[in-house]
Ligand binder design. Structure first.
Ligand SMILES: Cc1ncc(COP(=O)(O)O)c(C=O)c1O
Length: 406
């Protein structure tokens, strides 16, 4: 990115949380080199052919025909209710028995996390996050002035021993207990790790013991190609400590900007008060119809095939192209793999060369709340391009890594 002089004359008018972050990368921490010919393994974008255009067109026509002006009015018509029912039905399939009062529709999972931040966080409040974690979620929490502390994670997800040690150390030092733990328990972004059942139980026990809430961002849970899913944290929670975030960005399309929060009624009540202006009820009506017509499951089945094929193509290419000493995760679903290159490679420094060779990715460092971690690691997404492009992209990554080791 080119450095540009920042306009400073409005600085005194910004809120403190904004003023203290002027010049910080924020969302631009995800910026990628401008390399139009490189294979983009950078972002968690669904592949374009996966979008259910015909089904959405049909749903738009139907809601306009059946509901007329109601669908365009404040609050929408009956199809908004149908979407609530559709989502609660999907949640029930995952073992979560929530009521309408425990569900809040949002404009996506990111907006849901923003509502959590607005409802619970004062500047300076402590939030525990996985180390590494999704950089844009870290940016949302940072926007609310949160102090972020990373807790280690391995191939079984967040490490409850590390979590307990962090909580104990804070308590011993007389520091306040964190209000929130933000976790991505299913096919974590960026590592692809899934939290084991046993660890889920321990995380919930610690939440109870130390009195914090667990924000479980489940953007990928329905995208499992093989193996068994552990029960979602919300299905194991009997004390109302889990705030569950969901989205259809990965199972229908990000452009429809629709997600939700499932949580204890008392928490939903306050979070809905913070969601000024409401949500897009026209889109919600279209999705209500989409669910009713049975498109959701049908599209999901097709997606699972498309993503599994891509995951397999990427794993196969990694085995053939990466230098000896490289390691990577092998997730059973989701969008991402986490690669660690041999000693001596710096993934951030290697990015311009990789882009020249024909691939872009996100360097590992950008997923950590603290500096200096993840320098040998990088996140690649297998969701966005075709299996042939994945092969070409990983071959380019292999060339860049070999050259960096010289
Ligand atoms: C863990 C996680 N949460 C949230 C999002 C974004 O969700 P939405 O598009 O619903 O805002 C993503 C997408 O990249 C993600 O990986």
């Amino acid at each position: 990115m080119t450095e540009q002089a920042r306009e400073e004359r409005f600085d005194h008018l910004f809120a403190t949380t904004v003023r203290e972050r002027l010049g910080d990368p924020g969302y631009t921490a995800g910026a990628s080199p401008d390399a139009p010919d490189a294979v983009p393994l950078t972002y968690g974008f669904p592949y374009p052919d996966s979008f259910p255009e015909a089904a959405l067109r049909d749903a738009v026509d139907t809601v306009l025909e059946e509901e007329g002006s109601d669908v365009l009015q404040y609050g929408g018509g009956e199809y908004v209710d149908r979407l609530h029912e559709g989502i609660l039905g999907r949640e029930r399939r995952r073992g979560i028995d929530a009521t309408r009062d425990e569900l809040l529709l949002t404009n996506g999972a990111t907006a849901a996390l923003d509502a959590v931040g607005a409802t619970f966080l004062d500047p300076g409040d402590e939030v525990l996050v996985e180390s590494p974690s999704f950089m844009w979620s870290l940016a949302v929490l940072d926007n609310h002035g949160a102090e972020l502390t990373g807790v280690d994670l391995d191939s079984d997800g967040l490490d409850p021993d590390a979590l307990e040690a962090t909580l104990e150390a804070r308590e011993a030092a007389g520091e306040p207990t964190p209000k929130l733990l933000y976790t991505i328990p299913e096919f974590q972004n960026p590592t692809g790790a899934t939290l084991t059942h046993e660890r889920r139980e321990r995380v919930l026990e610690l939440a109870e013991e130390y009195d914090f809430l667990v924000v479980a961002d489940d953007a990928y849970g329905e995208l499992r190609f093989s193996g068994e899913s552990p029960p979602p944290l919300a299905a194991l929670d009997d004390s109302g400590r889990v705030i569950r975030l969901g989205t259809v960005s990965k199972t229908i399309a990000p452009g429809v900007r629709t997600g939700w929060i499932v949580a204890h009624e008392a928490l939903i009540e306050q979070m809905s008060r913070m969601a000024a202006g409401g949500t897009n009820t026209f889109t919600q009506s279209v999705l209500g119809r989409y669910f009713d017509a049975g498109h959701y499951q049908q599209t999901l089945d097709e997606l699972l095939e498309g993503y599994e094929e891509r995951r397999d193509a990427m794993l196969d290419a990694l085995g053939r192209h990466l230098p000896a000493g490289s390691t990577w995760t092998e997730p059973e679903g989701g969008f991402f793999l986490w690669i660690t290159l041999p000693e001596g490679v710096d993934a951030e420094a290697m990015l311009p060369l990789a882009a020249e060779e024909g691939v872009t990715y996100l360097p590992g460092e950008r997923f950590y709340a603290a500096d200096g971690k993840g320098t040998r690691s990088l996140r690649v997404s297998f969701s966005h391009v075709s299996p042939e492009e994945l092969e070409a992209g990983i071959a380019a990554l292999g060339r860049a890594a070999e050259a960096s080791l010289q």
